[in-house]
Design a binder for this molecule. Structure first.
Ligand code: FES
Length: 322
């Protein structure tokens, strides 16, 4: 097979034409988390600084998914500055059932936990299948040292939700691995636009809170699907309102979603950074606007129950840019 070389994060690595960027990075000893293996998790998104790669349908502006994109010649690639994966055992330190459909869960560990808003963990409770959940903050914005907080929605993880409600207090040990995901909040200057679809508030709440606290001067826009206007999240909205970030609720699932979003963002440009959280279909339905405006955008796909994904074999192709 013809050979070439990739420069990845400043390191030159021999590469064969046609092999995936992920294989080259791993051979060069560079860590890149590959989670799903089927282009649904967005964990391996890397930036093509120069040169050419075969994106195989995964290109978003200058980025591609390294698990799918292949070597097409010399190229320079930049990996995201991500936290190291940790595999830890912890325990449930608090459970609060907020409503019939939402639980706030705290897991405590003996070591510090490091994650960025927009990232998720594999979480394994005894006797339960592994689930993927976005790290977030409590609804009152509180947090504790060595603690991970998850918002468990019945719609996202019905079996886990039912198990916790049934047992009342789950005191068993819990294993986590993570954080995964490359669509995390960066320290950029661009206007920050955060959009959440149905059952996908957790990562956007984490991002909104972190940006309010850590990036006070950055211009921010928060747009939520109208299905999220629920009493169970009122504390979140109050907290954000008090700090000057007012969510706008709009129907982002209807046939006029693009028009409505455009009306809210008439001045969208390449200097905007957009994060969209939701199902694959939800994200794909809004992306045309960002492509047209050449805004930088990141996908935060939620984890539909696997049977739903299996029922939608074409779902992954819906992610390919038009
Ligand atoms: S491992 Fe490539 S997108 Fe999930």
């Amino acid at each position: 097979m013809p050979m070439t070389s990739l420069n990845i994060n400043g390191k030159s690595i021999d590469a064969k034409l046609g092999e995936t960027l992920l294989d080259v990075a791993e051979r060069g000893g560079l860590a890149l988390q590959c989670d799903c293996g089927n282009i649904t998790c967005e964990s391996t998104r890397v930036t093509v600084v120069s040169g050419e790669v075969e994106a195989n349908g995964t290109r978003l502006k200058s980025t591609v998914l390294a698990c799918k994109a292949t070597v097409a010649g010399d190229a320079e690639i930049k990996l995201p500055a991500s936290s190291e994966l940790q595999s830890l055992k912890g325990h449930v330190s608090a459970i609060r059932q907020v409503s019939d459909d939402l639980i706030e869960l705290r897991l405590s560990f003996t070591k510090p936990i490091s994650w960025r808003p927009g990232q998720y963990y594999h979480v394994e409770f005894r006797g339960q299948e592994r689930v993927n959940m976005f790290a977030s903050f409590a609804l009152d914005a509180g947090t504790e040292f060595n603690t991970l907080i998850f918002l468990i929605e019945r719609a996202n993880t019905p079996d886990l939700f039912a198990m916790i409600v049934k047992k009342g207090d789950v005191k068993g040990r819990v294993g986590i691995t993570g954080p995964y995901g490359s669509s995390f909040l960066g320290h950029d200057d661009e206007r920050l636009i955060m959009i959440a679809g149905p059952n996908s508030l957790a990562p956007i709440w984490a991002m909104a809170l972190s940006s309010v606290m850590g990036q006070p001067r950055r211009e921010k826009v928060l747009i939520l699907d109208k299905s999220l206007k629920q009493d169970q999240f009122q504390q979140v909205f109050n907290w954000l309102n008090r700090r000057g970030l007012q969510p706008t609720f709009v129907d982002l699932q209807g046939k006029n979603a693009e028009t409505e979003l455009k009306a809210l963002l008439p001045d969208l440009t390449e200097f905007d950074m957009v994060y969209t959280a939701g199902s694959h279909g939800f994200i794909a339905g809004l992306e045309g606007i960002f492509v047209e405006a050449q805004a930088t955008y990141a996908r935060i796909p939620n984890f539909q129950p696997w049977h739903e994904l299996e029922a939608q074999p074409d779902d992954a192709s819906a992610l390919e840019p038009a």
